[in-house]
Write a protein that binds this ligand. Structure first.
Ligand SMILES: NC(=O)c1ccc[n+]([C@@H]2O[C@H](COP(=O)([O-])OP(=O)(O)OC[C@H]3O[C@@H](n4cnc5c(N)ncnc54)[C@H](OP(=O)(O)O)[C@@H]3O)[C@@H](O)[C@H]2O)c1
Length: 462
């Protein structure tokens, strides 16, 4: 059965090949027909998240084994969708045409219509608008499953540490852990500390000042019943040290190497868990409509709040995707909107050890909503920032942008020990809050070091 108002063609943002936001193009395509067990949803809002970006880029390369070797099998990104059922395929009893639904789809949300397996969508209560509803399934579902994985360790009388508390998954993790009665400590960006405290964190820490991986005094050993690591940069041993015996570290982050992504960290976690001490548990969240239903109920009751930074119209979907964050993307909350979503800054800082030198580069232009600044920043990176960073000889070399709230300060590679070719050095740079850096950034004259100490690097750098 089909709503007679469904047109023959629709606008969809499609990508024929893996790559950055520039690979995503708007196209007029036929409205798909639902097959057996499927429904056609007229999309009202879609939220993008880290998973969409990984598939868009085809990185880590491992994702291509599942989503298409040469290009994405589903050409349209957008997994979180809220909309109206416009047609149902054979064998579908519920939902019915005209029902308002929300759910996690395999993709296809960045279009006017999307196909959804009927069992993946649930009814959207009238009290929740489509934008807020679309911000729930993946991120809040992941937060829910992460806390479930920690078991009874998140509840009344327990203390939980959330690393990466201000993002899409983090903002829900903080709220849901607090709802379960736990005392929540949270590490997030300084600009979001207030937000995270409002969401229910008893204590918040700026990740520039308090690094969970560096045994800071603020986070005493064995003081948490569970650590939920959404960032994936702190050494596993350091996270384990924070947890009480019998507690667990839940590994949520999907970041990692270019080929295997988080898999290496997961394998290390498995090996480390064989030794006595708290368990390290990787999370592989899946679409769980039943959890989405419970999350919707919490929102209706006013106990859970989707944090949405900005919404975009479908016509601006590429900008939104560009904003949807890369490895170092920073934003809080989900991207959502009328058939689209949200983001502020986007850029991806990549650092790689190739042969004998550290190669640090910015791989994407940030989205700051100001195309003039946009261009300026790209110029700055191309003309100086990136190159100087790559050739750093231990000097503090700010790579800054007026539209980015932090500075990346390369560190001396040698101080980080041996690395192999292609490995990403997570601590090669450190991030600092940008204190209103003038644009272009004022660079201090580098402090000269004795020639002898930099000699081994100088050949590689020049
Ligand atoms: N395991 C699974 O099944 C599963 C499912 C979904 C998502 N994920 C993964 O979960 C991760 C987070 O996703 P997301 O959608 O929440 O991303 P997100 O919205 O970009 O959030 C990341 C947050 O991390 C914060 N952050 C960055 N560096 C930090 C640090 N050193 N310490 C503490 N916080 C830091 C940022 O804070 P500021 O904005 O304040 O700078 C940002 O808000 C991704 O890696 C994704 O792949 C995994």
């Amino acid at each position: 059965m089909t709503d007679p108002s469904v047109p023959e063609t629709m606008t969809a943002w499609r990508q024929p090949a893996y790559g950055g936001p520039e690979t995503v193009q708007s196209a007029r395509v036929p409205v798909p027909e639902p097959g057996a067990g499927e429904v056609l949803v007229r999309v009202r809002a879609t939220a993008l998240h880290a998973g969409d970006v990984h598939i868009m880029r085809g990185e880590p390369l491992l994702v291509r084994a599942f989503f298409g070797l040469r290009g994405p099998k589903i050409a349209t990104r957008g997994m979180d969708v809220a909309g109206t059922v416009a047609a149902i395929g054979p064998g579908v009893d519920a939902p019915a045409v005209g029902d308002e639904v929300v759910g996690e789809l395999p993709g296809g949300g960045l279009a006017e219509y999307a196909i959804a397996p009927a069992g993946r969508v649930v009814a959207r209560p009238a009290a929740i608008d489509a934008v807020a509803a679309a911000a729930l399934p993946v991120s809040a579902g992941t937060a829910w499953q992460a806390l479930d994985l920690a078991g009874g360790r998140v509840g009344a009388g327990r203390r939980v540490l959330v690393v990466g508390a201000s993002g899409g998954v983090g903002t829900y993790t903080v709220q849901l852990a607090a709802l379960r009665g736990a005392e929540v400590w949270a590490i997030c960006g300084a600009r979001n500390e207030r937000l995270v405290a409002d969401l229910g964190a008893a204590r918040t820490f700026d990740y520039v000042r308090v690094d969970a991986g560096a045994s800071p005094a603020e986070l005493p050993a064995a003081s948490f019943d569970a650590v939920i690591d959404i960032v994936g940069r702190a050494p596993l041993r350091a996270l384990r040290r924070l947890v009480t015996p019998g507690g667990s570290v839940i590994l949520v982050s999907g970041e990692g190497g270019r080929v295997l992504g988080p898999l290496g960290r997961m394998l290390r976690a498995g090996l480390l868990s064989l030794t006595p001490g708290p368990r390290l548990k990787p999370l592989a969240a899946t679409a769980k409509p039943d959890i989405t239903r419970q999350l919707l109920a919490l929102v209706v009751e006013g106990r859970l709040r989707p944090v949405i930074e900005r919404t975009y119209a479908l016509a601006d979907a590429r900008a939104r995707r560009r904003g949807a964050h890369g490895r170092q993307g920073r934003r809080h909350g989900r991207v959502s909107g009328r058939a689209t979503g949200v983001m502020s800054h986007f850029s991806s800082l990549s650092a790689r050890y190739s042969g004998r030198k550290w190669d640090i580069s910015f791989r994407d232009v940030p989205l700051c909503g100001d195309s003039a600044r946009h261009t300026e920043r790209k110029w700055d990176m191309d003309a100086g920032g990136g190159d100087r960073a790559r050739n750093a000889r231990g000097e503090r070399m700010p790579v800054a942008c007026s539209c980015r709230p932090f500075l990346a300060v390369p560190r001396e590679p040698e101080s980080k020990g041996r690395r192999t070719s292609g490995q990403r050095p997570p601590h090669l740079y450190k991030e600092q809050r940008c204190r209103r850096t003038p644009f272009p950034p004022q660079r201090k004259p580098p402090t000269r070091r004795p020639r002898a100490s930099s000699a081994p690097r100088s050949t590689a750098d020049t």
